[in-house]
Design a protein around this ligand. Sequence first.
Ligand SMILES: [Fe+2]
Length: 481
Amino acid sequence: MRFEATVEECIVSEGEIPKDLAGGAYRVGPTWKRPTKQGNNPLLSMDGMVQGLVLREGRADFRNRWIRTPKYLLEEKHGHGMFEWTDAGFGDWRDHAYGDVKRDQYTSGVPQGTSNINIFPFAGELVASGEQGGPPIAVDPITLETKGIVPWSPKLSPGLHAPTAFGDNAFSAHPKWDHETGVLYGWTYRDTVPYVTLHVVHPDGVVDSRDLHDAPYNSVAHDIWLTPEWMVMPFQPFTVDKKRITEGKSGIWGWDEELPIVVALIPRNDIHGEIRWINTDLPAQYVMHTMSANVIDNVLSLDAPIFNRPPFPFPQDFALGEDVALFFSIAKSFLGRWSIDLATGATKSEQLSDRPSELPKVDERYYGKGYKFGFQVGGVVKRKGMSMNSLVVTNMDTLADQEYVIRTDQPAAVLEATFAPRLPDSPEGDGYIIVPVSWWADKRSEFQIFDTHDITKGPICRIDLPFMMGWTPHGHWMDFR
Ligand SMILES: [Fe+2]
C-alpha cells in the first residue's frame, strides 16, 4: 500500500457500527516506500506506515500515513533510498536489515529506525515502535501526522545498534502496560552484555531502568508476560548475533536447540529487586507472542501460541536446499501453556488446542491482572506451516472456544484482531473485536466488527475500504471515552 488515503464516513456494507464505541483501532506495518541503496526491501528497512480506523457516533473514518522518521525525511529530501545495511546485501532470505547501517556522510547522525512493528497508546499519545532499531515515535490519533520522537527516548538505551544521535535509543515492539496507573513496561535487547535493559516508563516521562547483567544469553526478546507481581521475560534459543553477519555466512538470527529456556521473574514494582531465574527443562520451542498469565494455587500459567520453532529461516533451512518460505509457511503454533510451580520451580509445557493459531490479544485493561478471555487468529495446518483464516475467542478457565471462519474460498489476509470494551467499565472481555481483512482478488478490504457475546454469528458490521490494505503485524485500540 504505497499511497496515503483518507476515507471519511466509510461505507458500512452490513450492520451498524455500535454507537457507544469511541476510539481508534490503530496498526502499523513495514511498507515499501523506496528500495534501499542495495536495491531491495528488507523487513526492518521498510518505512513504517500507520493505519487508523477512528470510530465515533456510529461513523468510521480511515486514514493511513507514512511515519516521518528521520530516515524517511532524509530519503524524501533526496528522492531515493540513502541507507545501506550490513545484512541487506545477501540477495536472499538473510536480508532483514536487523544489522547495522553502513554509515556515510549522508546517513551519519540519522537514526535508522522505521517504527514499523507496533503502535500503542501511552500517556494520551499514540506511540509507534520498531524492533530494537530506533526510538519510539508519537503520532496524532486523529490526523496520524508524525509528532516526533518521544521526549523520553534519551532515557532509554541502545538496542542492537550504537546510537547515531542523541536519543537514538530503542524500545520493545511489545511493551505491556497497567491500565490503572498508565505505567509502561518495556525493554531493549542486544547481542552484547548486558543482553537486556528493562525500562519502566511512567506517564510523566520518568524512566526507571535496569541492565540484566545475569541474562543467560543473547535471545530475541520480542515479548513478555505481565502479572500483578512480575515482568516475566523468557530467554529462548532464538538468538541474535551481529557477528554472524561479519563472518559472512549468515543473517543475524540463530536457532540453537541446545540452549535451555530460562524464564526471568522480575519484580515489576521494584525492577531493582531480586530477580528469580527459572532454569527450565522445557523442550526447544518458541513463543513469539504472549497471550497473558494467571497465578493460581502458587502456579504461574504463562499462556501463548507455542511454535515448534521460530517462523523465520535459519542457515540450517538453507542448507537443506529447499525453497525457503517465510513466516507461517515454515512453522506452526498452537495455543499452549508453560506452567511454573512457584514453590519448586518445576516447569511443564502443555498444548491446549489442536487448532493452529497466533497473534494473541486480550482485553488490555487487564494487562498484569490475570485474565479469562483470549483472542487469536486461527487457521489450519498447511504443509510444515499454517494458513490463517479465522477469529478465535477462548475462555482460558474452561478452554471452551468460539471460532468464526472469515476466509473460505477467496484469498485474503486475516490480520491481528483488536479488542475494544463495550463501555469503559464493562467486565473483562465484554465488547467488540475488530478484525482487518484484506481481500486480494477483489482488491478491497474491510474491517469486520464482532460482538463478544457470540462471534459465531459473524460480524455485526462490515466497514468497507475500496483498496487492499497493506500488511501490518500489530496494533492496538485507543479509547476516547
Ligand atoms: Fe510481534
